[in-house]
Design a binder for this molecule. Sequence first.
Ligand code: DGL
Length: 270
Amino acid sequence: MKAMSSAPIGVFDSGLGGLTVLKELAQRLPNEHFVYLGDTARLPYGSKSINTIYKYAEQNIEFLLKHDVKAVVAACNSASSALLSFTGKDFSVPVINVIEPASQSALTTTITNNIAVLGTRATVQQNVYEQVITKNNPKVNVHSMACPLFVPFIEEGLIEDPLMNLVIHRYLSPLLATSMDTLILGCTHYPLVKKQIQKVIGSYVQVIDSAPAVADILLHKMGSGSLIANTEAEPQKIDLCITDINSRFEEVATRFLKPLSIGSLTATQL
Ligand code: DGL
């Protein structure tokens, strides 16, 4: 077992989406190594039952623990919803979800006390965002919208496609009638179409991507446990493990993670 502070940080998602979190973490923590697990063989998570998603999340964490990670980031809102809904199991390292940090960010941003949340069906049905937000401030109205077509479109690479814009309009139109001034991208795939979403909702609405807030929490947790890698460490390594390799993943991941470079890309089984 490696010295804890030089051990990698584990990050997982069902597919490409968690790379939005990984990129932010790797840029904010340039001395840290990362192991990323994309469970592409079982994607999408957001249309599965919460029990199934919890089982997948547990298996993903166990896989990352086998890589001697010192912390795990569940860079998936659907998995974070499941982990927050089924508390009880203690893992041997800190496990950070994306929902609490994004909610905190939104709470400090809203002025009208109207926060909208876009998410997968599982995340919206599980209602964890609303629970976390209203627990902190019962006066806030939470307007949630499931956007089940976003993930397949993004995984297909249809990011700049007119069809993507049509789908965004279709899901966001009902939210335009609310007094929202803050919109949480409650799925880690959605920051990949943030520009297109912002265009539809207008510049008045602040769009919250969980990644910066997750990086703050991770730094804080590691700092208090003396887990931060020391500055003399070797150059940063980012290893990607994918449960089903398709040709598009490598291309999109490389393009998206730029200027960071991928250390290795491995097909893996859980
Ligand atoms: N990126 C994930 C999330 O944040 C999951 C998307 C999916 O697999 O449905 O919920």
